[in-house]
Design a protein. Structure first.
Length: 265
């Protein structure tokens, strides 16, 4: 099975300007496709911006809304799948969500962040209730989490037990927590034997300072590609043959003793 070439778009776009963010996404998709990528991953809430305060309910839309349709057009135009972050409206509730659109424009998966970080997120968003959301892309089982979710090992292990090969984690990782991108994410990839694509915002935005450092970590705990602190598009390979060999050599999942862990839940 061939590798899944994956592009990570490290950018904060323009907070509050959906049309401009879609234009930036279109340009990044063109570059990613030219480099042979089949998947483009954007940061948390890329469609609208993260620190938009009172604009959250104004810019929130349904999973089938105009943003989804625009992203689908981009995916089809460039022949690659796109994961984008956005505020999802469902009735009176708003979720911090991400949606995976296939290269044919089909909606493959939609995920709602289950662990909300800090007062800002807890003020505007409702936490999701579904831990494992997956889709298949080019023979790779892709799973979705968002930012703070990946800092809970239980979430990643749940994906491992459900067969996730590549975990996509759009994020808004801010100073002074850059150790998550530098250390925690590669460890999560190793301990649960999967690839993890962690894609961050960058630079100042409202009261936050995003640290960049987006990465694709492999199941051996090594970082296959890493962005710096500024706007950047980086590309890495998700190799299913290497993943299978790594899982055979590191039998964490087979050596688990779930009967001992009941008190953790």
């Amino acid at each position: 099975m061939p590798s899944l070439r994956t592009a990570l778009l490290q950018s904060s776009g323009r907070p509050g300007a959906v049309a401009e963010n879609l234009k930036a996404l279109d340009e990044a998709a063109a570059r990613a496709a030219d480099a042979g990528a089949r998947l483009l991953v954007t940061p948390e809430l890329f469609l609208t911006g993260y620190a938009i305060g009172d604009a959250v309910p104004v810019l929130a839309e349904t999973a089938e809304g105009p943003g989804a349709k625009a992203v689908a057009e981009i995916a089809v135009r460039h022949g690659l799948a796109v994961l984008y972050g956005y505020p999802e409206r469902d009735g009176e509730r708003i979720f911090n969500a991400s949606q995976l659109i296939g290269p044919d424009g089909a909606r493959l998966a939609n995920y709602r962040k289950t662990h909300l970080f800090g007062c800002f997120e807890q003020e505007w968003f409702t936490p999701g209730e579904r831990t494992v959301v997956q889709a298949d892309l080019d023979g790779i089982r892709v799973g979705l989490l968002i930012c703070y979710d990946v800092e809970f090992p239980e979430n990643v292990r749940a994906h491992a037990l459900a067969g996730t090969d590549l975990l996509l984690v759009p994020t808004a990782q801010m100073h002074p927590f850059q150790f998550v991108a530098e250390s925690v994410v590669p460890v999560r990839a190793f301990e649960s034997q999967m690839y993890v694509a962690y894609v961050n915002r960058t630079g100042p935005e409202g009261e936050f300072e995003f640290v960049g450092l987006s990465c694709l970590a492999g199941p051996d705990g090594t970082v296959r590609t890493r962005a710096g602190r500024g706007e950047e598009l980086v590309i890495g390979e998700v190799d299913p043959e290497f993943l299978a060999a790594s899982r055979a050599a590191n039998p964490y999942l087979n050596d688990r003793r779930p009967g001992l862990y009941g008190s953790l839940a």
